[in-house]
Write a protein that binds this ligand. Structure first.
Ligand SMILES: *[C@@H]1O[C@H](CO)[C@@H](O)[C@H](O)[C@H]1NC(C)=O
Ligand SMILES: *[C@@H]1O[C@H](CO)[C@@H](O)[C@H](O)[C@H]1NC(C)=O
Ligand SMILES: *[C@@H]1O[C@H](CO)[C@@H](O)[C@H](O)[C@H]1NC(C)=O
Ligand SMILES: *[C@@H]1O[C@H](CO)[C@@H](O)[C@H](O)[C@H]1NC(C)=O
Ligand SMILES: *[C@@H]1O[C@H](CO)[C@@H](O)[C@H](O)[C@H]1NC(C)=O
Ligand SMILES: *[C@@H]1O[C@H](CO)[C@@H](O)[C@H](O)[C@H]1NC(C)=O
Length: 428
């Protein structure tokens, strides 16, 4: 590929004329414009505006497969966009060892996000969470375990996706296609929620075979991402303090009672408490100011810091209430587990059982963001008046200080000037 990206220097003497002509039209190939190959000297090329650099290729083509290729005279592809995947692969595309697909950050932000899909050089094909904002891998939540055998991921012409060995034998079927290639567009994408989906889209309404005129997934890997990401490092499939639930549309993140999303447009940022945390000041015991919101079938894997067995639920409640570090207690079959913030790997599922006791402050939440607007306005008016008063008195203070400083420094300067001759004279 290196030679494909070689740039040719336009030789000043021979090329000055064609270069200067090309320079006016080239540089950008925008919509409705075209690149014309000049016939003289077999040197037709796509030059930079200055004419100093040019591409070494015979033609570029956007193929029906979706592959953009740059080919030489022998029609050999010197470069193709299929070799540089971002978050998606298409039928006829393959992934070789060391290929990585990065999930986008959110549905509408195409920056590299928090998940990746990679065929490692050891042959193992995995989905990982990343150590966002770095692009390094963190926790593997799906793996084929094909070390020493995995060679290539193939999305074949009939829409099946599988991992093969070097001899071409199929090691792992990822998705065996069930829809017609003539009637459906297909893609496999590692999506911003971390799920790898093989999705199809009808080409026309007439041939949709009852499917909606939209992308619908055929296969999702993993089948339940909420229960698959349970690493000691990282927040899980959703953000910190949130709870993940899974249905056929994919994972949904939600905040526990008393918490709201830090950023509703980016729920993976997690949830924050709507109330002031419990004081740890013993003289100011706030045990009476908190109570528990009960939640069935909810759990956070991790963040445990104390565990008691064979205790009654009431004992568990009292113990957590009296402990300023305890934000949630999980009570299940006589076992009481206290958890600290931030809570990670949260999920809801009927298979979990037990009771999550979520500790919240009594009365109206002091930091409630969804509170009535009038209240907020009242506060902001108060804040405005307060800050004007503060800043004006601060300003007066400043003037006073400055004046004092000027007067004092003026006097001391004069003194210094008077004193100076005496102190310098003896030395001279
Ligand atoms: C190419 O397009 C960009 C963006 O529209 C523009 O700023 C630039 O001047 C164009 N270059 C040439 C050589 O036309
Ligand atoms: C252009 O290249 C072709 C094939 O390499 C060659 O046959 C032909 O003679 C060349 N034409 C000129 C003008 O150099
Ligand atoms: C997309 O997300 C990244 C990572 O948070 C951020 O740096 C970037 O500004 C976002 N881009 C847009 C267009 O919002
Ligand atoms: C694609 O793979 C499937 C499953 O192995 C196979 O049945 C089908 O024949 C393949 N199609 C092509 C064009 O190789
Ligand atoms: C192909 O390679 C796989 C894995 O190395 C091996 O299990 C299989 O027997 C091979 N098949 C053939 C036909 O050589
Ligand atoms: C909470 O706020 C509502 C309306 O803002 C008020 O009616 C209610 O009395 C408050 N409750 C407590 C316990 O302060």
């Amino acid at each position: 590929m290196a030679f494909a990206l070689l740039y040719l220097l336009c030789f000043f003497l021979f090329m000055i004329l064609p270069c200067s002509i090309l320079a006016q039209s080239s540089g950008n190939i925008s919509l409705a414009s075209s690149l014309t190959a000049l016939n003289d000297e077999n040197s037709s090329s796509w030059t930079s505006p200055s004419g100093d650099f040019a591409f070494e290729v015979s033609y570029a083509a956007m193929l029906d497969s979706g592959n953009l290729v740059l080919a030489n005279r022998m029609s050999i592809n010197l470069w193709e966009s299929f070799d540089e995947p971002t978050d998606t692969i298409l039928p006829t595309q393959t992934l070789s060892q060391n290929s990585i697909l990065f999930a986008r950050y959110t549905a509408t932000n195409y920056s590299r996000g928090r998940f990746m899909f990679t065929l490692q050089s050891d042959g193992n094909l995995l989905l990982y969470t990343t150590r966002f904002p770095l692009e390094t891998k963190n926790y593997a939540y799906s793996a084929t375990m094909t070390m020493y055998t995995g060679f290539q991921v193939i999305f074949n012409q009939s829409g099946s996706i599988y991992l093969t060995a070097q001899n071409g034998s199929i090691l792992k079927m990822i998705s065996s296609n069930t829809v017609s290639m003539q009637n459906f567009y297909q893609k496999a994408t590692v999506e911003h929620d971390g799920v790898l989906r093989h999705s199809v889209h009808p080409k026309t309404a007439a041939s949709s075979a009852g499917k909606p005129m939209a992308w619908s997934p055929l296969i999702s890997e993993p089948s339940n991402i909420c229960s698959r990401i349970v690493g000691a490092i990282g927040s899980g499939a959703c953000g910190y303090n949130s709870l993940c639930s899974y249905d056929d549309k994919g994972p949904t993140c939600q905040c526990p009672y008393g918490y709201t999303f830090i950023d509703p447009n980016d729920v993976l940022k997690g949830c924050k408490q709507n109330f002031v945390s419990q004081s740890c000041d013993e003289a100011l015991s706030e045990t009476e100011d908190f109570y528990f919101h009960e939640m069935q079938n909810a759990e956070w894997f991790d963040g445990d810091y104390e565990q008691f067995t064979s205790v009654p639920e009431d004992w568990c409640r009292q113990n957590c209430l009296a402990d300023c570090f305890c934000v949630v207690a999980i009570f299940k079959e006589g076992e009481c587990v206290k958890k600290r913030i931030p809570l990670s790997n949260g999920r809801m599922d009927t298979s979990i059982g037990g009771t999550a006791l979520i500790k919240v402050r009594k009365g109206n939440f002091t930091l409630k963001p969804e509170g009535p607007n009038t209240k907020k306005k009242d506060y902001s008016t108060l804040i405005l008046i307060g800050s004007v008063l503060l800043s004006s008195s601060g300003f007066l203070n400043l003037i006073l200080l400055l004046t004092t400083y000027l007067v004092v420094s003026h006097i001391s300067f004069r003194k210094a000037r008077v004193i100076q001759p005496h102190s310098v004279m003896p030395e001279s």
